[in-house]
Ligand binder design. Structure first.
Ligand code: F6P
Length: 813
C-alpha cells in the first residue's frame, strides 16, 4: 500500500529577484524561483500554475511560459514552510487528488553537491513534478533547483523550505513578507528552463559514468592490493633500473619519483588510465579555450595569461582573441607601473608613492604574496624594489588592517583593490577601510581615491569599481571570467602589485618560466611529462593507496608562502564530490594539502610524518641558494647544510629503521620499538637550479597543471568552487542577526534562530559580553573588560606612539 503524507501550504506568490536573493552567477540560464508562502488556499494556485505550464509546454503563451527542450515545462517552484502535515490521503487538502503528496516509495535522487545525505528523497506530484525533500544540508534553494533541472529528467522541482537547511529556509522566509499581492501570473511567466539541458542519464547507468567502473581503474586497485601493499620501498630502491626510469627533466627541473610506492607496472597502469580518461585531449581542450568549466559555462585559460606575443591570435573565446587581450592588459600594466616607479604618478598631496597595499583575499592574494616573498630575496628583486614597500591586506579581521598600515604614510601609499568580482565581503570592507584611512589623512575628496586607489577586477564589475571612486580608464586592470581566482596570479592580480614593487621586467620573467612549463605540459609525451607524472602519482596516492593528505616542503625560506597558495589552488579545485556527469563519486579524491619550509617543518610536524600517519611529501630543493653563506670555520656552506636535510628526509621516510638497526646502535631494549621507523612512506623530490622569478613561474605552472591532471583523471570540474560560495551566503544570515541585535533599542535583545539553539546561544553570549565590555565591567578578564576602544579616525595615532603598540591608552583599536 502506498502511504501518502499530506502537506498543507499557505500560499501567496512572489517573484524572486535572483540577483538580490541568491547571487547572480549560478548557471548561464537559470530558471528563477517562484515562492509560495504557506497556506492551503493558495496551494490551489500553485497547482493551477503547474497545470497552465503543462498545457503551454513547447509554445509560449500570453504568460510567457517558456519551454524546455525536453518538451516539458521547466518551472522551479519553492513551496515554503508547511504547517503540520501527517500521514493521510492526498485528497485531504481538498485538491481533488492533485495536492502535493509525499509518497513513501518515491524515487531516490542522488544528493545535491551541497548535501551531506547519500540520497535525497523525492516527492512525486500527480503531473510529473518532483520535489526534493528531507535534506537539511541544503542551504541554497536556487542551486539545488538548478542542479536537479540540469541533471535529472525532472520537469519541475518543488523544494519544501521547511525540510531544507536553516539557511535555505531563512532565505525564503526573508523574501516572503515583501511579496507583492496577486503576482501569481508574473511568477509563472518568468519561469524558463535551460535551453539545452544536458543529456538525461538513467539512474541505472550512473555507475557506468564513474571512472571507478572502468577496467583501467579496477586493474590499478588490484595491483595496489596484490603487488604494492605487500612490498616495501626499501627493496624497491635497490633496483637501479627502476630508479633510472623514475626520473624526469625539463628546462632545469629535475623530478625524482623513485621514492613513490610505484613500479614500472604501476606507471603503465596509470598511463592506461590517463589514456582512458582522454587526458591529452582534455589538456588540449583546456589550452584551446573549450568551456571545460561546465557548471559556469566558462573556458579555463590561465595558460593564456602567460602566452607569448607570438601566440596572439591562437586562442579565441566568443570570437575574441584572448592572448591579444592579455597582452593589451600587460602593456597597460607596464606603462602604468613604469610611470609610477618613475615618479610620474604622484599622490594627492604631490608626494611620490612608495608603499603599495594590495587588498584582496583567496586567489586575489595568495599567489601574489607567495611570489612577492620569493622576489624579496632574489638578486634582481632586491635591487629593483629598493625604496618600495609592498604589503597584502586579506583578512577582514581589523587587526590585519592595523598590522598592515599602522606605520604607513597614506600620502605615499597606493592601494590596489584586487577582486575579480569586486563584491567579496572581506575585500570590500577592507577596501572601504583603506579608503577611509586615506580620507582621514587627506580629506574627504573624490580625487584622493582617484589618485591613491586602483583596481584589478573583471569588466562586469566596472560600474562597481567606478562607484567606489576609482578611475576606470587609468586605474582599472581587467580580469577575465575564463580565469578562476586561484589561477589568476599571472594576470593583473599578480602583475600589478609585483610590477609596482619590482618592475615589470621581473614579472615578465615569472611569466616566461610559467610558459616554459606550460609548453612542456602541452607537448611532452606523458611518460616524460612532469605535471602529468605528478598528477598521476597524486591520484595513485589518494585514490588507490588511501593517503588523504599531502605535504609540500620547500627547502627554501623564500617559498614560505608556496604551501598556502598550493593549498588553496588544489583544495578549492579538487575538493569535490560530483563528477562531470553529475554523479556522486565513490572513490577518494582531493588531498589535504599543507606545508612549511624545511627545515622548520622537520621540527614541527615531521614526527607524525615519520612515525604516525603516512603523508606523501613533495620535497623541493635548489642547486644554488639565493644567498649562500660559508663562514671560515665551517666545513659546509649553510645551503649545503640545508640541502643535507633535503636529501636525508626522503630516504628516512622510504627506508625507515628496523628494530635490528636500532639495537645495533646499543639502544636499551625497552626503547627499541619506540625508535623503530616502519618506512615505506612515499615522497617525490624536485630539484631546481636556483629560486628566481623564472623558476617560480615553472613551479607555479607545474602545480597548477598537477591539479588539473588529477581533476581530469577523477572526472571533476576543477575550476568551480560552489562550496566556497555556500559559505559566503551563510555568513550573510548571521550578519543579519548580528545587525538586528546591535541595532535593537531593547538593551538585551535576544537572537533566536529557528531550530538552532546552539548558535543562538553562543551568539547571545558574544553579544552580551561585548555590550558588557563597552559598559565597562572593571574586570581584568578580557572577555568582560573594556580594554579596547575603536578609534574614530586613523589619523588619531600617526605616526604610531610607543604605547600604541600595546593597545594602551585606548589609542589603538
Ligand atoms: O575563496 C573563494 C574565492 O571565490 C576564490 O576563488 C577567489 O580567489 C576569492 O574568493 C576572491 O574572490 P574575488 O577575487 O572575486 O574577490
Amino acid at each position: 500500500m502506498t502511504m501518502v503524507k499530506s502537506a498543507s501550504y499557505l500560499v501567496a506568490t512572489i517573484v524572486v529577484q535572483n540577483q538580490l536573493t541568491f547571487g547572480s552567477s549560478f548557471l548561464v540560464q537559470r530558471p528563477p524561483l517562484a515562492l509560495y508562502p504557506t497556506g492551503r488556499q493558495s496551494l490551489r494556485r500553485v497547482m493551477e500554475d503547474f497545470e497552465r505550464m503543462g498545457k503551454n509546454d513547447n509554445h509560449d503563451d500570453d504568460n510567457k511560459i517558456s519551454k524546455r527542450d525536453s518538451g516539458r515545462g521547466g518551472a522551479v517552484v519553492v513551496a515554503a514552510a508547511h504547517e503540520g502535515g501527517g500521514t493521510t490521503n492526498d485528497d485531504e487538502d481538498g485538491h481533488g487528488g492533485r495536492g502535493i503528496a509525499v509518497v513513501d516509495d518515491a524515487p531516490q535522487l542522488p544528493p545535491h553537491p551541497s548535501s551531506s545525505a547519500t540520497t535525497t528523497t523525492a516527492m512525486t506530484i500527480s503531473d510529473g513534478g518532483v520535489a526534493i525533500v528531507g535534506d537539511h544540508a541544503i542551504t541554497d534553494p536556487q542551486a539545488i533547483a538548478d542542479y536537479y533541472l540540469q541533471h535529472e529528467n525532472i520537469p519541475r522541482v518543488i523544494l519544501r523550505a521547511d525540510l531544507l537547511g536553516r539557511s535555505a529556509h531563512a532565505q525564503i522566509m526573508r523574501i516572503l513578507p515583501k511579496a507583492p499581492p496577486s503576482t501569481t501570473a508574473a511568477a509563472v511567466a518568468v519561469n524558463s528552463g535551460p535551453t539545452s539541458p544536458p543529456p538525461m542519464i538513467a539512474t541505472s547507468n550512473r555507475r557506468r559514468q564513474l571512472v571507478s567502473s572502468t577496467p583501467e581503474w579496477k586493474r590499478l586497485q588490484r595491483h595496489a592490493d596484490e603487488v604494492i601493499r605487500p612490498s616495501h620501498l626499501r627493496d624497491m630502491l635497490r633496483d637501479s633500473n627502476r630508479c633510472e626510469s623514475m626520473i624526469a627533466h625539463h628546462d632545469g627541473v629535475y623530478l625524482d619519483y623513485t621514492r613513490q610506492r610505484v613500479t614500472a607496472e604501476t606507471m603503465d597502469l596509470l598511463f592506461d588510465l590517463a589514456e582512458r580518461q582522454g587526458l591529452r585531449e582534455r589538456i588540449r581542450d583546456m589550452f584551446g579555450g573549450e568551456r571545460i568549466n561546465f557548471t559556469e559555462d566558462r573556458a579555463v585559460l590561465h595558460t593564456a595569461l602567460r602566452a607569448g606575443r607570438d601566440e596572439i591570435g591562437s586562442v579565441y573565446v566568443d570570437g575574441v582573441d584572448v592572448v591579444g587581450e592579455v597582452h593589451d592588459v600587460l602593456d597597460r600594466v607596464r606603462r602604468f607601473t613604469d610611470a609610477f616607479r618613475a615618479g610620474e604618478i604622484t599622490g594627492y598631496t604631490g608626494k611620490r608613492m612608495r608603499n603599495i597595499v594590495s587588498v584582496g583575499i583567496g586567489g586575489s592574494y595568495l599567489g601574489p604574496e607567495f611570489l612577492h616573498e620569493v622576489l624579496k630575496t632574489e638578486s634582481e628583486g632586491i635591487n629593483t624594489s629598493l625604496g618600495y614597500d609592498l604589503r597584502f591586506l586579506a583578512n577582514v579581521d581589523p587587526v590585519d588592517v592595523e598590522r598592515t598600515c599602522a606605520d604607513l604614510d597614506p600620502e605615499e601609499t597606493l592601494i590596489i583593490v584586487v577582486s575579480k568580482t569586486f563584491t567579496t565581503a572581506e575585500t570590500m570592507l577592507n577596501a572601504r577601510t583603506m579608503r577611509q584611512w586615506l580620507w582621514d589623512f587627506m580629506g574627504d575628496d573624490a580625487d584622493v581615491v582617484r589618485r591613491h586607489v586602483i583596481a584589478c577586477s573583471s569588466v562586469s564589475a566596472t560600474e562597481n569599481v567606478r562607484a567606489f571612486g576609482i578611475d576606470t580608464n587609468e586605474g582599472m586592470f581587467r580580469f577575465w571570467d575564463w580565469v578562476g581566482g586561484r589561477y589568476s596570479v599571472c594576470g593583473a592580480a599578480g602583475a600589478v602589485p609585483i610590477s609596482l614593487m619590482y618592475g615589470y621586467d621581473l614579472f615578465e620573467k615569472f611569466l616566461e618560466g610559467a610558459r616554459s612549463m606550460d609548453k612542456h605540459f602541452l607537448n611532452a609525451p606523458p611518460r616524460e611529462n612532469i605535471p602529468i607524472i605528478m598528477g598521476l602519482l597524486g591520484c595513485w596516492n589518494s585514490s588507490f593507496m588511501g593517503y588523504s593528505s599531502r605535504a609540500l616542503i620547500p627547502y627554501a625560506q623564500a617559498l614560505l608562502r608556496l604551501p598556502a597558495h598550493i593549498q588553496q589552488l588544489d583544495m578549492e579545485s579538487n575538493g569535490k564530490r560530483i563528477n562531470r556527469h553529475g554523479v556522486e563519486i565513490d572513490y577518494p579524491v582531493g588531498e589535504v594539502d599543507f606545508g612549511e619550509p624545511g627545515t622548520n617543518s622537520q621540527h614541527s610536524f615531521f614526527q607524525m610524518i615519520h612515525q604516525g600517519q603516512t603523508v606523501p611529501v613533495d620535497f623541493l630543493g635548489f642547486v644554488r641558494s639565493q644567498h649562500d653563506l660559508l663562514m671560515d670555520n665551517e666545513k659546509l656552506s649553510s645551503h649545503d647544510e640545508l640541502m643535507a636535510n633535503f636529501f636525508a628526509q626522503p630516504d628516512a621516510l622510504a627506508n625507515g629503521k628496523t628494530a635490528e638497526e636500532v639495537r645495533s646502535e646499543g639502544c636499551p631494549e625497552e626503547l627499541v620499538l619506540h625508535k623503530v621507523f616502519d618506512g615505506n612512506r612515499p615522497s617525490s623530490s624536485l630539484l631546481f637550479p636556483q629560486l628566481s622569478a623564472y623558476v617560480t613561474g615553472q613551479i607555479l605552472s607545474l602545480y597548477e597543471h598537477r591539479t588539473a591532471v588529477q581533476g581530469f583523471i577523477w572526472d571533476l570540474n576543477s575550476f568551480d568552487q560552489w562550496g566556497v560560495e555556500l559559505g559566503k551566503k551563510l555568513a550573510l544570515d548571521v550578519k543579519e542577526h548580528l545587525m538586528e541585535a546591535r541595532n535593537s533599542e531593547v538593551g538585551d535583545h535576544e537572537i533566536i534562530i529557528a531550530d538552532n539553539p546552539a548558535t543562538s546561544r553562543i551568539m547571545n553570549y558574544y553579544i552580551k559580553n561585548s555590550r558588557d565590555a563597552v559598559r565597562g565591567g572593571g574586570s581584568s578578564n578580557p572577555v568582560t573588560s573594556a580594554t579596547s576602544v575603536t578609534r574614530k579616525t586613523h589619523k588619531d595615532h600617526f605616526p604610531p606612539q610607543i604605547n600604541d603598540l600595546g593597545g594602551l591608552s585606548g589609542r589603538l583599536s
